[in-house]
Ligand binder design. Structure first.
Ligand SMILES: *Cc1c(COP(=O)(O)O)cnc(C)c1O
Length: 435
């Protein structure tokens, strides 16, 4: 170990990374190699150096998603379409008309162009884009409900994941929560009884990763919208996933779409940009123009605003819905649409290279919040091993890094979420992790 840290090739990193980081990396790799009992001094040095290189780059790394979870929050959710990447490169690499109306030369709103696209695709009167869906919900509450009351069904007071809890966001926004109904049942009459002069908002949230089964009842969005109209109280719905198209065509359960929520008369609909929309991280609010106008006047918007890269990527993504090419262009929908025959054919190449591997039935998940548990039939490459965790860990250290699942003594690589262009690299990494 001493010799390792004194080695010039390793010591050179101390100036940049500090002694502790270098020592920890060397310790970890040295310990692992000593356990396995093979690995020359030179091999250890080269492994430590490549780890330190990686740390020095301090950047995000591309990863092959072999988990079968199409929208995986830890792996960055939706991959962008190549049209979106081109738009980002074109806009971010230079100046743009971000807030400039080229016709008049006057200042313009950065939200306007994307609003036009959302209007064309969903029929929404107006829209607003912020950093993420949590920020969108916060902005809705801050604008309408600060110091006043928000009525929510008890069955929808959930924790969405990543520590996002509906009651906590409500509290942070300074609104008072008024819970109605029971854990399993809520009726529109419950909302009506809870109305008071202090009521600022009726809120519906997607219960996401949580399901109430058996004897249940929900107040429908249409009923709530109608009640809100009569009482003069805005109604908001947090959809989370924000599907613009029917997911049933991909063998998943039908997920309430943005257009359906708007058609039900919901005044403010919120959802994420990087879930089923297939775009960049963003929080989107669509709805009635007079409500969005109030949000645009909220000074908090300035703290949540998105940059030109987000707007460029979002614009290109929406374009593919407007011209009907989304299924072909957006990676999320290409992955969802792949047939089992296509997956089986790709799997053949894995078996040719690894005769001991097998193709097994698998279940892929749509993932990310509201569809976390929605399953789609898939196929996986199964590698049987005495130490599957070790193989999985070696795959994560490969270049590109591969994130796989371990189950019942096997490493499982789900073909649905692996890009077909990555198959050759994944096969090569598997072969070297097996030696
Ligand atoms: C995912 C999700 C959110 C959070 O979205 P972010 O874009 O990650 O902030 C909020 N609400 C629901 C219902 C969700 O599914």
């Amino acid at each position: 170990m001493h010799e390792l840290l004194a080695d010039e090739r390793i010591a050179a990193y101390e100036a940049v990374l500090g002694r502790n980081v270098v020592k920890r990396a060397a310790d970890e790799i040295f310990g692992r190699v000593r356990l396995s009992g093979n690995g020359s001094y030179e091999a250890i040095v080269s492994e430590v150096v490549s780890r330190l290189d990686l740390l020095q780059a301090q950047a995000l790394l591309p990863v092959v998603n072999a988990t079968g979870i199409v929208l995986h929050t830890n792996l960055g959710r939706a991959p962008l379409a190549s049209e979106a990447l081109v738009a980002v490169a074109e806009i971010a690499g230079g100046y743009s008309n971000l807030e400039c109306d080229l016709a008049s030369g006057e200042r313009d709103s950065r939200y306007q162009r994307v609003s036009g696209l959302f209007g064309d695709v969903t029929g929404a009167e107006d829209s607003l884009v912020v950093n993420n869906c949590a920020a969108a919900v916060l902005l809705v509450l801050d604008t309408f409900a600060k110091g006043r009351e928000v009525i929510v069904a008890r069955s929808q007071l959930v924790e969405i994941g990543g520590g996002l809890r509906v009651p906590d966001v409500l509290q942070r926004s300074g609104a008072t929560l008024v819970e109605v109904g029971t854990t399993n049942c809520v009726y529109v009459a419950d909302f009506e009884r809870a109305l008071s002069p202090r009521t600022a908002l009726l809120l519906r949230t997607h219960p996401s990763n949580y399901r109430v089964e058996g004897f249940t009842h929900d107040a429908s969005a249409r009923e709530l919208a109608e009640l809100g109209r009569r009482a003069g109280v805005p109604v908001a719905e947090d959809l989370g996933s924000g599907a613009l198209v029917d997911l049933a065509q991909y063998g998943a359960k039908h997920e309430r779409t943005v257009q359906e929520a708007l058609a039900d008369g919901i005044g403010l609909v919120t959802f994420s940009g990087d879930k089923l929309l297939g775009g960049p991280q963003a929080g989107i609010v669509l709805g009635h123009a007079h409500l969005i106008a109030r949000m645009k006047n909220n000074p908090l918007l300035r703290a949540l605003r998105v940059g030109k890269m987000t707007l460029a990527a979002l614009g290109a993504t929406l374009q593919s819905y407007r011209d009907g090419s989304y299924a072909r262009r957006l990676p999320v929908y290409r992955k969802l649409a792949a047939t089992l025959e296509e997956l089986r054919e790709r799997g053949g190449a894995y078996l040719d290279a690894m005769p001991k591997a097998r193709i097994v039935d698998s279940e892929a998940y749509v993932g990310a919040g509201s569809l976390a548990q929605e399953r789609i039939a898939s196929l996986a490459i199964a590698i049987e091993s005495e130490r599957p965790d070790r193989i999985a860990s070696r795959l994560r250290e490969a270049t590109p890094a591969i994130v796989a699942r371990v189950s019942e003594g096997r490493v499982l690589l789900d073909l649905r979420t692996i890009d077909s262009e990555d198959d050759a690299a994944v096969i090569a990494a598997c072969l070297s992790s097996l030696t």
